[in-house]
Design a binder for this molecule. Structure first.
Ligand SMILES: *Cc1c(COP(=O)(O)O)cnc(C)c1O
Length: 419
């Protein structure tokens, strides 16, 4: 039987954040004064509607009818045989728009409507969050401004076109390096100027309080469903959960509803890019240290440690110098382990899932698969593992084939592609 003390310790893991937005020493709200009031209003609205039955029913209906939830917990039989463990994939790739991002966008957009806001503001780097935000704005009849670095607009033209088709405005960010950080600065500036009418829709479990708490809440639908599904399908909890971490939203969404289940191990997998010993990676928790970034205290790769140009890893969605503060807290608490997978390992895992299951995973999700592939042959015989397939990889085909040197080949997929 658990002692009161261990109960206390464990409940400290889920009774987070505190009222100032701290997960232990991490998180908080480190922002200029003009942002205090909009963030306070947002906190108040979220706490009011979080457990409101009508709001919940509304959100549930959107999940079912617009996004296609619940997503299956899929027994990957051939992958299981190959790796030597029972592997269950939480199929977030089957959501509308092909990833978990919509879970959060729908929740925040409904909250925006409840707050009487008429416009959604968001920033986007690779464009995925911009597309998801534009979609929910269209769905709810809200105006929408997506801030995107001018350089990123050029690189991600198909997403720019998707956003515009859905009726949103793409606002080019022209300051600094003309990429994501410029877009963040300019989007925040616009929010301060328009805070009465506009809602800032943040795409991952990062940033100042209350965003990490809000995003965790809306993404927890992933873990809540998975927990019910694994109990119904296998009659027991899994031995391990595994998910990729960029900002950490798909991972915390899967992990949070299991945090109190002491026997369930959890692994977050970061992008090791060309290798954690090089200057091209995004392995924040593996190589970084705590500092204040983007309004929160969290582990962060110190400036100068990784190169500034281009992508640091193969998956644009994982290329973020910080990490959600709750992950920093869970790392220090020893509750979640964080590992890193290199681009090479990721491409191999990507191809393995295509070949064995007929599923093309996002390169982001392939980081989680790559970690499992590293463990091949070392699992206990009856190991039961839930891996979050955060998104589908159709968007990544070009990157994959380019890296494999296949785009110049007139003969189609070269022999030796997968081995
Ligand atoms: C955006 C994205 C991620 C990374 O974001 P998290 O907040 O870390 O979940 C992972 N997978 C896919 C498919 C994405 O689109």
């Amino acid at each position: 039987m658990a002692t009161p003390e261990s109960n206390l310790n464990r409940s400290n893991l889920i009774n987070t954040p505190d009222k100032n937005g701290f997960f232990g020493p991490y998180g908080g709200r480190f922002v200029p004064p003009p942002l205090e009031k909009p963030l306070e209003d947002l906190t108040e609205a979220f706490l009011k509607y979080r457990n409101d039955e009508v709001f919940e029913a509304e959100l549930h209906r959107e999940y079912v009818e617009y996004s296609g939830r619940p997503t299956p917990l899929y027994y990957a039989q051939r992958l299981s045989e190959y790796l030597g463990a029972t592997i269950l994939l939480k199929r977030e790739d089957l959501n509308h728009l092909g990833a978990h991002k919509l879970n959060n966008c729908l929740g925040q957009a409904l909250l925006a409507r409840r707050m009487g806001k008429k416009k959604l503001i968001a920033e986007t780097g690779a464009g995925q969050h911009g597309v998801a935000t534009a979609a929910v704005a269209a769905r709810l009849g809200l105006e929408c401004d997506i801030y995107m670095g001018e350089e990123d607009m050029r690189r991600q033209l198909p997403n720019v076109n998707r956003i515009r088709l859905m009726g949103a405005r793409v606002v080019p960010a022209t300051s600094g390096d003309k990429t994501l950080s410029a877009a963040v600065d300019e989007a925040i500036g616009a929010w301060v100027a328009e805070a009465d009418d506009a809602f800032y829709l943040l795409g991952s479990a990062v940033g100042p309080h209350p965003y990490p708490m809000i995003v965790r809440h809306f993404q927890s639908v992933v873990g809540t469903e998975a927990r019910k599904q694994v109990l119904a399908q296998f009659g027991r909890l899994p031995d391990m959960l595994c998910a990729c971490t960029g900002g950490g939203s798909n991972a915390i969404g899967l992990f949070y509803p299991f945090l109190m289940d002491e026997k369930v191990a959890m692994v977050g997998v970061e992008a090791a890019g060309s290798g954690v010993e090089t200057n091209r990676h995004a392995a924040t928790l593996t190589t970084g240290n705590p500092q204040v970034i983007h309004g929160m205290n969290t582990y962060c790769i110190p400036e100068g440690l990784v190169s500034r140009e281009g992508n640091h890893c193969i998956a644009a969605g994982l290329d973020y110098p910080g990490i959600g503060p709750e992950h920093s807290f869970l790392k220090d608490a020893g509750r979640v382990t964080y590992e890193a997978a290199t681009d090479e390992e990721v491409m191999e895992a990507f191809a393995t899932l295509c070949r064995l299951e007929g599923i093309i995973p996002a390169l982001e999700s392939s980081h989680a698969l790559a970690y499992l592939e590293k463990l091949k042959g070392t699992f206990a015989e009856d190991a039961l593992i839930v891996c979050n397939l955060s998104g589908r990889g159709d968007k990544d085909m070009d990157e994959f084939t380019r890296r494999k040197g296949l785009n110049d080949s007139p003969d189609g997929p070269a022999k030796g592609l997968f081995c």
